[in-house]
Structures are given as C-alpha cells and as structure tokens.
Design a protein around this ligand. Structure first.
Ligand SMILES: [Zn+2]
Length: 103
C-alpha cells in the first residue's frame, strides 16, 4: 500500500483563510480514507456497501462526480458541532454523500 503524503496547498487557489480551512479538511479526510484503506484492505460505503471505493486526487476531474469516489461523512455534521475525528467519521460513496447533503 503506497502511503500518499499530504498535498501542498494548491497554487491555483486563492489563498484565503476559508480556502485554507477547506484544504485542511480535505487533507484530514484523505488521511482518514488512506488509514481506513490500509486497515481494511479496501474501502466500502458505510451506507450502501458499494466498493471498493477509490481515493481520487483533488484535481482529478474523473473523480469529481464518480460513483466510486470515496468520501468521508461526519456522523454528527461539523456544522452542528461534530468533531473532525476518526470516531465521528465514516466512509461514504459519493452518491450517498450527495444524498445526505452534508459532509
Ligand atoms: Zn453509498
């Protein structure tokens, strides 16, 4: 299993605190997915069981709306004060994540 490092903040993004927060969240989400993949061997959707799911790079346009795109879902949404920690995070396929409307 190849260990991907955190990606540097994209040079094409405008460097604002909001974007920095979004990027930090994305990196922490990808770290969680990689650790799950390493532990479980493959990624499956917590909701519908679809798998194996793929971890797409942020700039991979193929992965933007791919049904096999691995995303993370916060059990208690961040917007409702849920922590960004592994025990508040589950693996979700992109369609389920969209359906739920939160991440
Ligand atoms: Zn699903």
């Amino acid at each position: 299993m190849q260990q991907m490092q955190d990606e540097p903040f994209p040079a094409i993004w405008s460097d604002t605190p909001a974007k920095r927060r979004r990027w930090a969240l994305l990196q922490s989400s990808n770290r969680f997915l990689r650790s799950q993949e390493a532990a479980m061997g493959s990624l499956r959707c917590h909701y519908c069981g679809t798998g194996p799911l793929r971890i797409y790079s942020w700039d991979d346009s193929n992965g933007r709306n791919a049904p096999d795109k691995a995303t993370t879902d916060h059990v208690i949404p961040l917007s409702r004060g849920g922590p960004d920690s592994p025990d508040n995070t589950v693996v979700s396929c992109f369609p389920c994540n969209q359906r739920k409307g939160v991440s």
